[in-house]
Design a protein around this ligand. Structure first.
Ligand SMILES: Cc1cc2nc3c(=O)[nH]c(=O)nc-3n(C[C@H](O)[C@H](O)[C@H](O)COP(=O)(O)O)c2cc1C
Length: 217
């Protein structure tokens, strides 16, 4: 019987769902991102708002995790997390990050590189925190995100304590939790094509203008 490793080595995908050329591209990458996000939403792409965020630590070692995109406009991309998490510590020492969206239903990938900073306006983090379901709010208070814990019991105890502490009260946003904004300076829009001759169009920011070029697949 084949092992799963042998099985996946034989998987093949035909990339036939679309194309991307110079004429189809919007003048600026934020408009192109919005166009593709719209198409992905209309195509009911699973977890369309999920992206991979890669960060690099003080010793130049990268790490990645999936996050949810919550807002985007004018080449700024917002996500929410724990500021004391592993990613939070890495961002503190190195604000250069890479975001990656993969939408298999459309055979598309979008890479966005930029510089990240905490959302300046704390009120905006409050607004988003307040819009979350109560259990998510208590959850944020109850998770020392990325820290080693003794067992699940520790989390459940924190959950219980916080549920008691905030009983019949408005749950405030913890000061260790909030938004980050990635300011993008590089984009790549990737569309799978036949014979592995994929379309790769990049936008780079040069003298405050977006330059568009094509990369070999
Ligand atoms: C679909 C999906 C969405 C997620 N969204 C978030 C998010 O928006 N914010 C967040 O802090 N963690 C989110 N996570 C959990 C992160 O992947 C990660 O485990 C957590 O943020 C800790 O990462 P770190 O230790 O690298 O800081 C999500 C995970 C998945 C699979």
């Amino acid at each position: 019987m084949n092992t799963v490793s042998q099985y996946i080595s034989q998987l093949r995908t035909d990339f036939t769902k679309g194309e991307l050329n110079e004429q189809m591209l919007e003048k600026t990458p934020d408009l192109q991102f919005e166009k593709w996000m719209n198409e992905a939403v209309k195509s009911e792409v699973t977890e369309v708002q999920a992206f991979n965020l890669s960060t690099v630590d003080a010793h130049h070692k990268p790490s990645s995790r999936i996050l949810y995109l919550r807002e985007f406009k004018n080449n700024e991309y917002c996500f929410f997390t724990n500021y004391q998490s592993r990613k939070g510590e890495q961002i503190f020492t190195n604000p250069h990050v890479c975001m990656l969206f993969f939408w298999p239903e459309l055979q598309r990938q979008i890479r966005i590189e930029g510089v990240v900073a905490r959302k300046e306006d704390a009120d905006k983090s409050d607004d988003y925190f307040n819009s979350r379901p109560e259990e998510s709010k208590i959850g944020a208070w109850s998770s020392p995100q990325s820290k080693v814990i003794k067992g699940r019991e520790e989390l459940l105890t924190l959950l219980e304590q916080n549920t008691e502490q905030f009983k019949d009260k408005k749950i405030p946003r913890p000061d260790f939790w909030g938004g980050y904004i990635v300011k993008a300076h590089y984009y790549e829009f990737w569309q799978g094509r036949m014979s592995r001759l994929h379309d790769r169009m990049i936008y780079t920011l040069q003298d405050n203008k977006w330059k568009i070029e094509r990369l070999a697949p």
